[in-house]
Design a protein. Structure first.
Length: 519
């Protein structure tokens, strides 16, 4: 029953702002007298409402102490601590988002008033920390969360977008330090909510739109790269420090902080790549390739960290890996369908041969998938084989595109193939097959040897069906002879490999079978 007037007070000031009630109208009333002087409304209204909110928290704090001294139920002190810690902050939040007092009072006076209420909550937290033992950490943490919420709101009122994000990250670090020292359970929830807000601000709003907004009138970005980097790097560094503090103390909080760090890193790298290019080239192949590699690396990182175990950790990492994978697939789809230099005329290759835009587009993806196949072993063979296939496909795409660029120039969409280009493809396929054969020998991998033999078979088929179709006379005869000698040499090498594997088997044991592992 004692809470009914308090709830009625909060509902009343909320309805005043929503329905333009008489108090709200008097507060915002602006008049101009005959001399042209402007007078605003009644700012004292907000000050009185703030005082009522603070007085309500103070009375509930006294009721909390009364419950500790005169009641045996352990729930009553926690209940009244929650009411006291939320009444004044709720009053401030309603006034901010439904009354918008900043234009009337001024941003700095209003932020100072919020800080005063936050200081009052700190006072209540300190008095609770020095009081009786009954559920003291929980009650102290509730008041600390109320104070931190108001401090965060005061930052929101006076700071710029980048400074506000960094200030929130500073609050997270300070809260992590406080939680590490005093072990106040409610602070964990505050950290998780604050991390969600920081991630939302850096990724969604203002996020990409803020960092990539280009003013074509001035020819410059609306936000300098230095300010953008400050928001991302400083926030990521502070969250990483909080992550380090939370490890071993609170695994759930550590997981939330870790996931936020990786997500912010991916977004920052993507924004950096897009800003490195002119605004008209932000979706070109040499930008989309590294962007896809960035998100693919983040997805594979989450898969790699799943081996740490834990049901909740595995579920969250699975969700994050799925989100990152979708972003990587979207970027790869754009790269292969809309920005592919082999099919799109406007996607001409830039830079010197070998070290050109093709290398930026395809090699990072090949490296990321190759490292993933090397490191991710706890899911079995099938995912590793899929990663090897992806790495091989992007490597082949780079080599093939580079060969075409060397023979046909910067425009890879020109029709047809020259004989020299076809022979270069054959030579590259043969070299790759031989390299796989030697790799199979060093790793004693029967699977790699079979893949190498498949490569040899494809090379032979290409020679017979495509390369030699345009040859005649002695040139064709000598080409067949060279191909036959090459196949004889490969067959001899294959027999030598098998014999060498068998000779290395220990004496008295049966001949060693080649490893069938993907390695």
């Amino acid at each position: 029953h004692a809470l009914i007037p308090g709830v009625g007070f909060l509902v009343a000031i909320a309805l005043e702002g929503l329905c333009y009630g008489p108090l709200y109208a008097a507060f915002f009333h602006v008049s101009v007298d005959t001399l042209g002087q402007t007078t605003t409304g009644q700012p004292m209204t907000v000050w009185l409402l703030l005082a009522i909110g603070a007085a309500g928290s103070g009375l509930m704090f006294l009721r909390m102490n009364w419950a500790i001294q005169g009641e045996s139920s352990p729930v009553a002190p926690i209940f009244w601590a929650l009411c006291a810690a939320s009444f004044a902050p709720t009053t401030v939040l309603i006034l901010e988002f439904m009354w918008n007092p900043g234009p009337v009072l001024g941003a700095y006076p209003w932020a100072l008033a919020v800080i005063v209420v936050a200081a009052f909550m700190v006072l209540l937290a300190s008095r609770t920390a020095a009081g009786p033992e009954m559920s003291r950490p929980l009650r102290t943490g509730l008041f600390a969360v109320g104070a931190l919420t108001l401090i965060t709101l005061s930052f929101f009122l006076i700071l710029t977008k980048s400074a506000l994000t960094v200030a929130l990250a500073v609050m997270v670090l300070g809260t992590a330090l406080l939680d590490r020292r005093y072990r106040l359970p409610p602070l964990t929830l505050f950290i998780q909510v604050a991390v969600a807000i920081i991630t939302y601000r850096l990724v969604i709003w203002p996020g990409f739109d803020w960092a990539l907004h280009f003013d074509y009138g001035t020819g410059h970005y609306a936000v300098s790269y230095l300010e953008c980097a400050f928001a991302f790097v400083a926030s990521m560094g502070l969250l990483a420090a909080s992550w380090w503090l939370a490890q071993g103390q609170n695994p759930k909080t550590a997981l939330v902080l870790e996931s936020a760090c990786w997500s912010i890193l991916g977004v920052f790298l993507s924004i950096t790549l897009m800003r490195a290019a002119p605004p008209t080239d932000a979706l070109r192949h040499w930008v989309m390739g590294p962007m896809a590699a960035t998100w693919a690396a983040l997805a594979l990182t989450q898969l790699y960290r799943m081996q740490a175990g834990g049901r909740l950790l595995t579920i969250l990492r699975t969700v994050l890996a799925g989100i990152y994978a979708l972003l990587a697939l979207a970027a790869m789809a754009w790269l292969l369908l809309a920005a592919n230099p082999l099919t799109e005329y406007n996607e001409q290759v830039a830079g010197p041969p070998i070290f050109d835009s093709l290398a930026l587009a395809f090699l990072p993806l090949a490296v990321v998938f190759a490292v993933g196949a090397w490191k991710i072993r706890h899911f079995g063979k099938i995912p590793r084989i899929a990663l090897i296939i992806a790495a091989s496909a992007f490597s082949a795409l780079y080599v093939g595109s580079e060969i075409r660029r060397l023979w046909r120039g910067r425009d890879l969409t020109v029709p047809g193939f020259t004989d020299a280009e076809l022979y270069s493809y054959t030579l590259a396929m043969l070299v790759a097959s031989v390299a796989l054969l030697f790799l199979a020998f060093t790793r004693r991998s029967d699977l790699l040897r079979k893949v190498a033999m498949v490569g040899v078979a494809l090379t032979v088929a290409k020679v017979f069906l495509i390369d030699m179709s345009g040859l005649s006379g002695l040139i064709r005869v000598f080409s067949f002879m060279g191909l036959g000698l090459s196949l004889v040499a490969l067959a001899w090498l294959n027999r030598k490999m098998t014999a060498q594997w068998e000779r290395k088997a220990p004496a008295g044991d049966p001949p060693a079978q080649p490893s069938k592992d993907v390695e």
